[in-house]
Write a protein that binds this ligand. Structure first.
Ligand code: LLP
Length: 415
């Protein structure tokens, strides 16, 4: 569903006019739709209704407490990559048993914190980490539930920065290394082997790489069973792409049908770690045009959002749709949308046909995932506000930062 539609000639989020949000909370502001997050989560979950499964939402995509509490209320588990994310999901009321912990460099304190909380599974990414988790579980006088993250060496055919399943990537371990690690883990006193895990990349728009990875994982699952290592779950990671422009993407029904078919008679619980799929198109970044200018025949709209608010266009050359908040009448001009940050890379959208004047509002779409979470204070800009719209009501789920907030942890220094 698209929760952002023109009603009475202006763009709304569900039943709230974006101009009202700008009026009340200022700009730049991230706006999320509760209905769209709910619908995406439900669509994913419904696709696997016939098989035991758990969706562990990848917190890194959008870790706002409002988003986490919403997903928790829908029954989501969580995929975390830090102690900070664990604190957030616990604060959101998550059942620790439905939390999985991914990442190549878990710190001792993060592992201990997770053991104390009683999380569902550690996704182990190296032999050295296996030793570390066993040691810390022994120190806490407990046992750590684990999966081993296997790198199936498949090409996810996505942007190189977000491709993780090739053997040259830092993630996971090879199939042969995994076999050795399972054997070691089995003999460890403070380790419980629970499952197997893989995640091959992000914004994947074809089924092929997922199925190739699954095939390799299933071969390993069967091999392990023959060695009397029985797994309870198979974690297939996240990575399902969403539509940013008009690219073909994966249909969730086809994804689930193909996965369940490959799975065959196996009864393992399936875990998924989608991030982008759940939140990307449920959010936009609302911004105001500060100036318009023309340099050498090229038109620019300088807006009050910048690369520090939304770094994806700069970092990955991502294309995100832009709309004017006033419904266009057809008198568009070609424009680059740029921010106030002092870098040429601070371009949010290039060469778009838009109808916007100074002081008008614009929306940059698909900003619900990897938007606010990747924002920074570059140029001492305050981080944006975040709003959750539910029907006809807008709820502030994060206030705009102030410069005092930014300087709170700093000290003056005079030699
Ligand atoms: N699980 C693991 C272990 C991951 O590393 C990731 C994402 C996910 C799940 C969720 O993937 P998703 O379903 O959202 O594709 N900042 C980049 C994306 C980085 C993704 C990193 N890992 C971007 O803005 O495109």
């Amino acid at each position: 569903m698209n929760p952002f539609t023109y009603q009475n000639d202006e763009l709304f989020a569900e039943q709230v006019a974006l101009s009202e949000i700008a009026e009340t909370y200022g700009t730049p502001t991230f706006v999320y739709s509760c209905a769209a997050i709910t619908e995406a989560y439900q669509r994913f979950s419904d696709a696997f209704a016939t098989h035991k499964h758990q969706i562990c939402y990848a917190v890194k995509a959008n870790s706002n407490l409002g988003v986490l509490t919403l997903l928790n209320s829908l029954g989501a588990g969580f995929d975390i990559v830090s102690g900070g994310e664990l604190t957030r999901v616990l604060k959101a009321g998550a059942n620790p048993g439905s939390v999985v912990f991914s990442g190549v460099g878990k710190l001792d304190w993060e592992i201990t914190q997770s053991l104390e909380a009683g999380i569902g599974c550690f996704n182990i990414e190296s032999d050295s980490e296996l030793t570390q988790v066993n040691r810390l579980a022994a120190a806490s006088n407990t046992r750590a539930p684990i999966s081993i993250r296997v790198n199936p060496d498949v090409d996810a055919k996505t942007h190189p920065y977000i491709s993780t399943g090739l053997k040259e990537n830092k993630f996971g371990v090879s199939v042969s290394e995994a076999l050795k690690m399972y054997a070691r883990a089995k003999a460890m006193k403070h380790i419980d082997i629970l499952g197997i895990d893989c995640h091959i990349g992000s914004q994947i728009t074809e089924l092929g790489p997922f199925l190739e990875a699954l095939e390799r994982i299933l071969e390993l699952v069967d091999l392990l069973e023959r060695q009397d290592i029985k797994l309870q779950h198979i974690d297939l990671g996240g990575g399902i792409g969403v539509q940013y422009q008009n690219e073909e993407t994966i249909d969730i029904g086809e994804y689930s049908a193909a996965i369940l078919q490959s799975l065959g008679h196996r009864t393992h619980q399936l875990l998924f770690e989608p991030g982008r799929y759940i939140v990307a198109n449920a959010g936009l970044l609302l911004s105001r045009v500060i100036h318009k200018k023309t340099n050498e025949g090229k038109n620019f709209a300088i807006i009050d959002a910048a690369m520090n608010d939304l770094i994806r266009p700069t970092l990955y050359q991502s294309w995100q749709a832009v709309s004017s908040i006033k419904q266009p009448t057809g008198k568009t001009e070609q424009l680059d949308l740029v921010g106030p940050v002092c870098e040429t890379g601070d371009t949010l959208a290039k060469d778009r046909a838009l109808e916007i004047d100074q002081n008008d509002l614009v929306a940059i779409h698909s900003a619900g995932a990897y938007g606010f979470v990747m924002s920074s204070n570059y140029n001492s800009r305050n981080k944006a506000a975040e709003i959750m719209v539910n029907g006809a009501t807008a709820h502030c789920i994060r206030e705009r930062e102030s410069i005092q907030d930014q300087m709170r942890l700093e000290y003056k220094f005079t030699p």
